[in-house]
Design a protein around this ligand. Structure first.
Ligand code: APR
Length: 237
């Protein structure tokens, strides 16, 4: 069986990382203005403020741990491979919790918080410390060119060719912990339906495009995802 999973901030919520649009108003974009912190224009205007925002999130990430949902998805990847199938795990999240839970192949379509990109030489480097305008690029040595390796509003998400290739070839499409409000990721479920692929949503509450899913499972990801993975293995015997 070939399963395509897209995860969003909800899969990391129970690890202590903020979501963006939770209905209770606790989301990051209810407290911070994305147009001042998550656009290329904002970075040009005030790189120090943008770095400070991502430095705080990077420190929070390094103090966080994967939860049972991340661990279950890593188990799904291994179990499917053992059965001759495969998991394509795509995430909108910029954290590394899928990897720390053991997932071997993760497509970060919105980039990675623990990497820095040099706009001068183009090199992307692992970066776990605070990042600032005076930090020299590890490759070209020049200062002033490093930015978080994160896809900002108005920029093109990463790995789209590989993502659509795997999506079109899947037997099952599953969206986990995402509000379905940011494109192109929010449109993946429509593409799956056009291809006649079965769709499932696992979320705390119905997402913006809940009506496009054949199956819907609601509850905290740390409970709902392991239960779903267990059922996949029973069904796939
Ligand atoms: N378990 C499962 N789902 C949860 C949990 C939980 N414990 N807590 C919250 N959720 C759900 C919320 O109900 C919501 O539907 O996770 C979803 C989070 O939605 P958003 O905050 O909009 O996050 P996401 O969908 O990942 O946002 C997509 O928007 O700002 C951009 O780049 C940013 O990648 C992000 C993109």
């Amino acid at each position: 069986m070939k399963i395509f999973v897209i995860t969003g901030a909800g899969v990391s919520a129970e690890s202590g990382l903020g979501t963006f649009r939770d209905k209770d108003g606790t989301g990051l974009w209810a407290r911070f203005d994305p147009m001042k912190l998550a656009t290329p224009e904002a970075f040009r205007r005030d790189p120090g403020e943008v770095h400070a925002f991502y430095n705080a999130r990077r420190r929070n990430l390094l103090a966080s741990e994967p939860n049972a949902a991340h661990i279950a998805l890593a188990r799904l990847e291994t179990g499917l491979a053992e059965r001759g199938g495969n998991l394509t795990l795509v995430t909108q999240n910029i954290d590394d919790l899928h990897e720390r839970a053991g997932a071997a192949r993760v497509l970060h379509t919105h980039g990675e918080l623990l990497k820095a990109r040099c706009v001068i030489c183009g090199e992307t480097s692992l970066w776990k410390d605070d990042l600032g305008v005076d930090d020299p690029c590890p490759r070209c040595g020049k200062k002033g060119g490093l930015r978080p390796h994160v896809v900002w509003f108005g920029e093109v998400p990463l790995h789209l060719d590989e993502i659509y290739g795997a999506l079109n070839d899947a037997d099952l499409f599953v969206a986990i912990g995402t509000s379905g409000s940011v494109y192109p990721a929010a449109g993946f479920v429509s593409q799956a339906r056009r291809r006649g692929i079965r769709t499932c949503e696992i979320n705390l509450e119905p997402s913006d495009n809940a009506d496009q899913f054949d199956e819907r499972r609601y509850g905290p990801a740390s409970e709902a995802v392991p239960a779903w993975v267990d059922e996949i293995f029973v069904a796939d015997r």
